[in-house]
Every structure is written in C-alpha cells, then in structure tokens.
Write a new protein. Sequence first.
Length: 563
Amino acid sequence: MIIGIDLGTTNSLAAIWRDGQPLLIPNALGQVLTPSAVGLDEDGRILVGQAAQDRLVTHPLQTAAHFKRYMGSDHQQRLGHRLFRAEELSAFVLKSLKADVEAWLGEPVREAVITVPAYFNDIQRKATRIAGELAGLNVERLVNEPTAAAMAYGLHQHSESRFLVFDLGGGTFDVSILDLFEGVMEVRASAGDNLLGGEDFTEVVFHYLCSQLALPAAGSDPMLKAQLQRLAESGKRRLSEQGEVDIDFSWNGQDRCVTLTQHWLEEGCAPLLARLRQPVERALRDARLPAHGLDQIVLVGGATRMPLVRKLVTRMFGRFPVCRINPDEAVALGAAVQAGLKARDAALEEMVLTDVAPYSMGIEISNRMAGGRRERGVFLPIIERNTLVPVSRCEQVQTISDQQEQVDLRIYQGEARKVTDNVCLGELNIPVPPLPAGQVSLEVRFSYTVDGILEAECLVLNTGEIRRLVIEKCPGSLSPDEVAARLAALDDIKMHPRDRMENTALRARANRLYEQTRGDLRQLIGQQIGVFECELETQDTDRIREARLTLGKLLDDIEGSVW
C-alpha cells in the first residue's frame, strides 16, 4: 500500500487510493486534519497534532509549529533540552500520520507519495525526502502541491480544460497552470513564493493587536506572545465569516477589547496581496497565456477561505474561482491519486501526468566585456524554469585563461543573473589540457527527472574525458551519515501513546482554556478538569468516555460563546 501525504505548514493529512477513489484517513481523534505541531509532554515524550497545538499557549518553550518554512536549512528549534531540525520535526508528523494509516488499515505501511510546494528548491525537496526516511517511509515520489490539487479536480473531468491552481496554504504560495486533454494532465507553468502564506496574514493581525494593546514587547514573554498569536489566528478566521469581530484580551488583571474589520484587514494586508499577484503574472507569462485563456481558476489551501483573497482572485481574472473540493483536503486527495498511479491501479491506467522544473538550473560563467574585461559570476541557465520534465539539455563553454589545467564547474539553481543570488547545488572539478584560452571546449549537459534528481555531465571535447555529478549533497542538507545518526537519535525518543491521544488532546485544550479565562468560567473549567482527571485514574473506559464527552461539550460551548 502506498499512501499519499500532504505535509503542510499548518495542517497535514494522509490519504489512500481505494475502490477507484481517494480516501482521507482520520487520525486518533477521528479528524482528517492533523495540526503540524510537535511538543513534549510531562514525561518528555513526543506529542504531535492537536494536543501539541493547544500546548503552544501553555508550554510555548516545549512546543514547535510552522517549521516547514525552515526545511532544508541549518535552523534548529529547541524543545526542552534538545535541538531539532525541521526535517526531524516533520518526521514526527509523518510518523504520526503513518501510525494513523496503519491503525486504520490494520497493516504496516512503508511507501508514500509526499506533496511539496511547487516552488520548493532542490535542497528543500531533498530535506522532505530525508524527513520521510527518518519517519520510516520510502518516499516513492514528491508531487507539487498545486499539481496534486489539480489531479483531485481533474479526476472528475472528462473534457478538455485549461486551469490555474491558486494554492495559498499556511506557509507557502504556489501557482500552476495545467492543461487536461485526452487523459493527459500537463503542467504548463509553475511559480510561487515559499515565504508567503496564511501565517503572514496572521502576523499582520498579531502586530496590530500588540500596537492596540500597547504591548510592543510581546515577543519577550513566550506565553503572552503565544496567546496573542492564537487570538490573532482566531480573529482572522472569524473575519472569514463576519464583517467585524471583537477580540477580548485579559492580561495581568486587565480586560481589553480590540475590534477587527474586513476593511482594516484588507488595508493592513495590502503588501501581502500585492505579493500574491507577482507569481500569478509570472506563471501566465511563462505559459504564454492571457488570463481570459483559462477555463477555470481553482482555489486550494486553507488561507483561500479569506474573503480578501477570493476578492483579489475574482478581480484579477474577472470571474469567480472554483472551490468544489474542501481547500484543506484537495492536495491530500491528489496525493492519493498519485499513490494510485504509482501502484498502477486499473482505474487510473488512462491518466498521464507531466510536470515542469520549478527553477532554472545552470552554471557559473565569465562574460567578456567591452575593452577585454571579464564579468565573473554570471549565471548561464541550461534548463530553464517551467521546462517539461524529464529533460536533458546541454551548452558549450570554453576556457578563459591561457594554460588552464582545471575548470571548476559550479552548478546553481535560481533565476537571478548573478550566481551570488542563486542557490549553489554542487561543483565539478574537470582537468583540461593546458592550451591557450578559448581552445578547450566543454559540453555541459544537465538531465532532470520527474523526481527532482539533477545529473550534471561535462564532456571535454578535446580529450573525450567525461565527469558526472548527481546532485545529492547540498548546503543545508544532511549527508547519508548524518541521516543515519539522526535516525538513531530519534529512535531513542518515545512517542506519546496513540491510544491515549484523545484524552491528552482534551486535557491540553482544557488547560489552555483554563489559563485564558477568569472568574466563574475558569472555576467551572477547573472543576470539570478535576472530574476528568479522577475518571482517568479509574481506568474504566466507559466512565472515561462519558467524562470526556461532558468536558468536550463544555469546552465547545465556551469556545463558541467566547471565541
């Protein structure tokens, strides 16, 4: 069984292909959305999902979220006394999803298709594969998120169509333009912004709350900051359904209220809305299509629920976008379709998917300028962005110095003219015969696969010697030895028992609300927490279930009336 996984910044989901259709798998709490949050419980065991998310407010120094943005970097986040990379934190989320699927299926799972933002670079994609490996999964393929969403939509369409997927998630923004014809889904162009998502809109609200409440130093108090961020997220979500909302805030015995309006949010987020336009325009240019040449605009990602985002899309294209599938679930459903394709399911045997390279890849060269001067550090693209993959392209270059004995071929990924503004992927050192400048020619060939593997090959035409490099180790990524060491270290860390997660998540939620309320309401929550704790000690499943339902209903009523 191959599972499909949407590893998101805010939430993650798992799905499988069964009986000719994609099926979302519920977690231990019976929900298909698992918050991408990781924390430590009182015994030092790893908590994943809703329980960890609720402990962001009560235990901010022992909980982490939004770590997907650091994938493929050296950034580390502290939980308790240990430091974790984004790959390791993501591995905990993947391991939790894997356990949920295994519990639901009743059989072990080893293989997965994982989605990534279309604009993830080579280093970030490798980091995602490593996260899967650390979680005990063999990652069969990485699929671009908007492409996966398009597969979820295209699965039900039998006519030819051309559509744009507008994918705004919690931490990343992707745009893809696709053609569907005769069972072939072809990606025409992709663009995006890896540092733009729903969390950035939340951050705007957070800073507004800080200014209105005269709390400029909120960042110095982790618990205060966590509480304000949760209120900002709650206010942003409520504005998706109401034109105006009040944010009630209590701190150090003082009660305050801040009013948020749709109009203010649109003005405050104007710079973010402007950034949403740029990738859309780039994708249209690369696909050589006018906006009216599209049949549909498909919205994907939880952040597209915001009215100001939908209004922006409607204005840009002069029509209402399509959102027939739950925007939180579309990517995971598409990942399950891809899992079915990998498993060669008969129901999908007529579907073919093509994709494109999201970034340009090339080498560093030196250009001859007027007067004989040379401009060094110039980027020469060999495979340009949005080229259909798999692909193989080559360029010829010559030596620039007399009696040169070696060429250092540096490989880069990006769009900037100067290599210093692009990402270095690796280097090939090629010995060449010592001849006058320009008399040694080299043919540089790049081959790029659908799985995002780049092979660089350099042929010295004067001698016939060939040097090859498969890009595996990149700055910020882990080596095979480092992966093995991290895997051994993670094996020593205990995961919180899955069968207790429902009780643990409820306790975390109750404690969060207890700390956020005051007076009679706080006392009532405290009493019910005490009752629930007593029932847990009896180990009587029926009594525990009844107490859990009672406490859960109380918390639902309180959150519904207060937040």
